[in-house]
Design a protein around this ligand. Structure first.
Ligand code: AVJ
Ligand code: FE
Length: 398
């Protein structure tokens, strides 16, 4: 048991670090310290924050080690300074940040052999806190990919050849419309403790009325039809908050889409501008855009209970295809704790975000690592955010 858990922990830590360093490798130091958007941190902040989080949980909390630098508790605490202020903080430069994360990691691996992963301590049992740190690094990797996608010039000699994994799609690709899902009592969430976040617990029953849900996420082809039908100019399709956002933001298509003169739509993906891939899921739309599209289609967004009910049927005949790992999918649901929610191991992971200002996203994207791609995983963001790798699927009452 211990050996299995220990090797899973080691492999998880190593896999996350290889990914982090790999995705930052082609980026020049000047770009690592640059603030690409007020919504994002400089990449070098994410890097050192990953190390600080690891030091906090796996060295200071687990083995009682002293902090490398007490000031880091301020500059690398995501709650202390908004992302737009992070470049003006006394943060580590790229070489120092690389050395810091490597040093923390070495000490973590050295200490690992002495840690009892089979005891009663809920933080350690089955390697929970290590899994939390692995998932944390992977979530920041996805955030960093979003930052890199926002970079206009990707100043590196190898940049043109650099491309992360493509969006995974089942063969066929067209959205074949909706499938029916029977209603009744449905069980969502999980009681698993190891490698699962507090907001996914406890497993509980919900009543779900029969509904229909898209067999795949909405594609670029479908979304383009909404754009070309004047969906962005028709106030009747938008909620009041959505219309306000749209007026303020002045957008008329997903982020990174462009159309010049009479030509076709293109989109920028990292360093390339390419023809819009019509059968891929639409990405980089906010919740309000998803909601307006659904109204245009005489449909609505699924609730998260509907989404998870449909995902539990993955693989069965007549079930929607591949619910997990395409794009994050906006749901109709505000982020809240499940009945009986207990914060663990700290309130700032989930609980402080509960409330109507955040919408839940499900499914995990092509940029999400396997360690966070699961049907119970709950992500959340503001309904105006477009930089994340989010799309959606529509639902309707049966
Ligand atoms: C779950 C993606 C909303 O990035 O704010 C990273 C994950 N928590 N560091 C975020 C997270 C702490 C979180 N999301
Ligand atoms: Fe974090």
């Amino acid at each position: 048991m211990t050996v299995d858990t220990e090797s899973r922990v080691e492999a998880g830590l190593e896999g996350a670090r290889a990914r982090t360093l790999g995705l930052l490798a082609p980026i020049a130091d000047a770009a690592l310290v640059d603030q690409v958007s007020p919504l994002m941190s400089p990449l070098v902040w994410d890097l050192a924050h990953i190390g600080h989080y690891e030091e906090l949980w796996l060295l200071r909390n687990v083995v009682g080690a002293a902090p490398t630098n007490e000031l880091f508790d301020d500059v690398y605490d995501a709650f202390k300074h908004p992302r737009r202020d992070r470049p003006s903080l006394p943060i580590l430069g790229p070489p120092e940040a690389r050395a810091f994360v490597a040093g923390v990691r070495k000490r973590v691996l050295d200490a690992l052999e002495m840690i009892d992963l089979d005891g009663d301590d809920p933080l350690l049992r089955h390697g929970f806190v290590y899994g939390m740190v692995v998932q944390h690094e992977h979530q920041h990797d996805e955030t960093m990919l979003a930052t890199i996608q926002l970079m206009k010039d990707f100043a590196h000699p190898d940049a043109a050849g650099w491309h992360p994994a493509p969006v995974e799609r089942d063969a066929g690709g067209t959205n074949e419309g909706m499938v029916a899902v029977p209603g009744g009592s449905s069980v969502i969430g999980t009681d698993e403790h190891a490698w699962v976040y507090d907001n996914e617990r406890p497993r509980h029953e919900v009543d779900v009325a029969p509904f229909r849900i898209d067999s795949t996420p909405v594609t670029n082809r479908q979304y383009r039809a909404f754009v070309e039908d004047g969906g962005y100019d028709d106030a009747r399709l938008w909620s009041a908050a959505g219309w306000d956002w749209h007026q303020d933001a002045g957008v008329e298509a997903p982020l990174f889409w462009r159309r010049e003169g009479g030509s076709d739509w293109s989109r920028r993906r990292y360093c390339r501008r390419e023809e819009l891939p019509l059968d891929e899921p639409v990405q980089h739309i906010c919740w309000h855009e998803a909601d307006a599209f659904a109204t245009w289609r005489s449909a609505r967004l699924p609730t998260e209970a509907e989404w998870e009910t449909a995902a539990a049927r993955d693989g069965e005949p007549g079930a929607p295809q591949q619910m997990v790992g395409n794009v994050w999918e906006w749901t109709a649901t505000d982020f809240a704790g499940y009945p009986g929610f207990v914060s663990f191991p700290y309130r700032e992971y989930s609980e402080v975000f509960f409330g109507p200002e955040y919408k839940v996203l499900r499914g995990g994207s092509w940029a999400s690592d396997a360690s966070v791609r699961r049907a119970t995983f709950r992500n959340w963001d503001y309904p105006i955010r477009r930089q994340i790798f989010a799309g959606f699927r529509c639902a309707a009452d049966a």
